[in-house]
Design a protein around this ligand. Structure first.
Ligand code: ZN
Length: 376
């Protein structure tokens, strides 16, 4: 039975169902038996790893959350019924219009520009062990990519607008460019899943250093060195082999149960465990993807599905009950949304005033730096 309360299936109920299934199967020697065992194992790992997924509720007959599962249908529902707890989940696509190169786009991407550093392989630049031996290439690259010279995009300010309207439950980002903070989204609303340039720590004694300090070091071509122990200081971005920030493990369990609209923007949903967050939204939570291509479907075979998996996004499936896609650039999708909601003027005003404020701030900083240099 499937009720309207979206009661999560408890492990007890799940086990009971498995028992019933396996008893039936003993008589029938169903060729699907192997699948059932696999499914039980998948559930076991999902529970062990605290990765409860929507898959357990797949037996529910398909009943659409809203009748019209299109972008217009979603906007209409938003206008008439509203949402209370919106989660935004984003990747590099929301920052590309700011001029920040996408790590993974062939040609324009970061990895393609790494040849000059003579690395053992491109990803070495983000490996802790390599960094400890040879931090120079990382800082040379950091100087090119350093946040601060970029303005947040309309997509960032849309998230800020959601926050101001009291609708933003949380913003989960894969980006390390700090543009969410620059856009004024407060720390408690942010989960920077892959870390951030905003804070920095000594790799040995863990002393914290500010973004300003780090920026000065990087731009004066010094190797950022801890003042107390002389070890190298590293921005808090997550390197390969490092744990994601604590918030990434503690908050989704609370957030995704409450969420009634998940907006996914500018991500290929290929990087785990971030991508698997889409499956943590309850069955009655609408999911809107704004992206250049339709992504997020799960092939039901791969390892990622086993450990992280749920069915993923289901736009083209006959069983789709809640997934909606807008194919296009993030900013275009955001403008279409705010137009439908009657928020265009508000978003325009927010962008205009914030960009003016940032321009003033940057000018003051430049003047101050000039003064400092003259007195030195
Ligand atoms: Zn130190």
């Amino acid at each position: 039975m499937c009720d309207d309360n979206d009661k999560p299936t408890t492990s007890k109920e799940t086990n009971k169902n498995d028992e019933e299934n396996s008893q039936e199967k003993e008589y029938a020697k169903d060729p699907l038996e192997e699948d059932t065992t696999m499914e039980a194992m998948r559930k076991f790992f999902a529970q062990k790893l605290n990765l409860n997924t929507a898959k357990d509720e797949d037996d529910c007959p398909a009943r659409k959350v809203i009748e019209d599962l299109t972008f217009d249908g979603l906007c209409e529902h938003w206008k008439t019924m509203g949402f209370k707890n919106i989660i935004t989940m984003v990747g590099a696509g929301i920052s590309t219009s700011a001029g920040i190169p996408d790590f993974r786009s062939p040609g324009s991407g970061l990895y393609d520009n790494l040849q000059k550093y003579n690395l053992p392989h491109p990803s070495s630049i983000f490996e802790s062990s390599y960094f400890e031996r040879n931090p120079q290439p990382f800082f040379a690259l950091a100087k090119e990519l350093y946040p601060g010279s970029f303005n947040p995009t309309p997509s960032h300010y849309f998230v800020r607008l959601l926050h101001e309207k009291g609708l933003l439950l949380r913003h989960y980002t894969q980006n390390i460019d700090t543009l969410e903070r620059v856009a004024g989204i407060p720390d408690e609303k942010l989960v920077e899943a892959h870390g951030t340039f905003y804070t920095n720590h000594c790799i040995r004694c863990n002393t914290e250093y500010s973004m300003e300090w780090m920026k000065n070091e990087i731009f004066s071509d010094k190797l950022p060195t801890c003042t107390s122990c002389k070890s190298v200081v590293k921005p808090d971005i997550v390197f390969f082999g490092e744990n994601l920030p604590d918030k990434f493990y503690t908050l989704p369990g609370k957030d995704f149960n409450k969420c009634d609209l998940l907006i996914i923007m500018g991500t290929s949903l290929e990087v785990q465990p971030f991508a698997s967050l889409v499956d943590r939204a309850g069955q009655r939570c609408l999911r809107l993807l704004i992206n250049r291509t339709k992504v997020g479907g799960n092939d039901h075979g791969g390892l990622a599905y086993w450990f992280f998996g749920g069915p993923g996004l289901m736009f083209d499936s006959p069983n789709n009950t809640r997934d909606i896609v807008y194919v296009g650039d993030c900013d275009d999708g955001v403008w279409a949304l705010v137009q439908a909601l009657g928020w265009t003027d508000e978003l325009n005003y927010l962008i205009k005033t914030e960009h003016e404020r940032l321009a003033k701030e940057n000018a003051t900083q430049r003047q101050q730096k000039k003064k400092d240099e003259q007195t030195e």
